[in-house]
Design a protein around this ligand. Structure first.
Ligand code: F6R
Length: 244
């Protein structure tokens, strides 16, 4: 596992975007796994800038998002479909047919959708590169503590702290209690994994994921089992600071 500590969030975002661009130059039809959330926003901004200013070509890129809330129509303002459109897809020349996000629409058969999603990843030849964030409770994608390391794409209950954290984005709307997520087993099959973490609120989870025992109690610790992981942190996420 290679750990790069960058001085600040801006540098973290640039470093992540550069790594991704290098992978895209090496393989224009890259199969790329993507997260949502606060952490990758700067990376998406950098990628959009490269497209607008230097015509970086995304036309052959194929993407697979990590997760989606269950019970939200895909055009709901807080769905991950909407997030990805706003922050990335609508601002670059990716082909809509190359975009994959689990469908969490109301009434969807979540088991069938999960199976379909797994198959789509498989049929595409697997993921070349997977970008992930980490929750303060150690989750990766929506694999909450206790998730099996061989888990596949499936419907899951969100942990209370994950729901509480999301209320800042949902305002007065109710945060969905369930989601469809790639499994840890699915994620570990990616050829390369890039983990991004920023801010002091992540320092404890990062420490436990990278240096603690490998255990389903800390889903991100599964990354220690993968041979090709790069971790990009900012300074704040690098130390577990204990207030005295
Ligand atoms: C998002 C996802 C989550 C986030 C994690 C960190 O697609 O799968 O695991 O990566 O909750 O979220 P932020 O970046 O908002 O701190």
């Amino acid at each position: 596992m290679r750990v790069l500590v960058t001085p600040d969030y801006r540098t973290l975002s640039r470093t992540a975007a550069e790594l991704l661009i290098k992978a895209l130059h090496a393989k224009s039809n890259l199969r790329l796994g993507l997260p949502t959330g606060r952490t990758p926003l700067g990376m998406y901004e950098e990628l959009v800038k490269k497209h607008q200013e230097e015509h970086l070509d995304f036309s052959k890129l194929m993407t697979f998002n990590l997760d989606e809330y269950l019970g939200l129509p895909s055009d709901h303002p807080k769905s991950y479909h909407t997030y990805m459109k706003q922050h990335f897809f609508e601002q670059v020349n990716i082909s809509p047919t190359n975009i994959h996000i689990p469908d969490g629409s109301p009434g969807i058969d979540a088991d069938r959708e999960s199976e379909r999603y797994e198959k789509a990843i498989h049929d595409a030849g697997g993921l070349d590169l997977l970008v992930v964030g980490i929750g303060a409770n150690g989750h990766i994608a929506f694999n909450e503590p206790g998730s099996a390391f061989d888990s596949r794409t499936r419907a899951v209950d969100l942990a209370p702290e994950t729901i509480a954290n999301a209320t800042q984005y949902f305002g007065s709307d109710r945060v969905p209690a369930r989601a469809i997520t790639m499994g840890i087993g699915t994620m570990l099959e990616a050829r390369r994994i890039l983990l991004l973490a920023a801010g002091t609120s992540k320092a404890d989870a990062v420490d436990r994921a990278l240096r603690g025992p490998v255990s389903p109690d800390v889903p991100a610790s599964a990354l220690q089992l993968h041979p090709r992981v790069i971790v990009i942190l900012d300074e704040a996420a690098n130390h577990h600071r204990v207030d005295c």
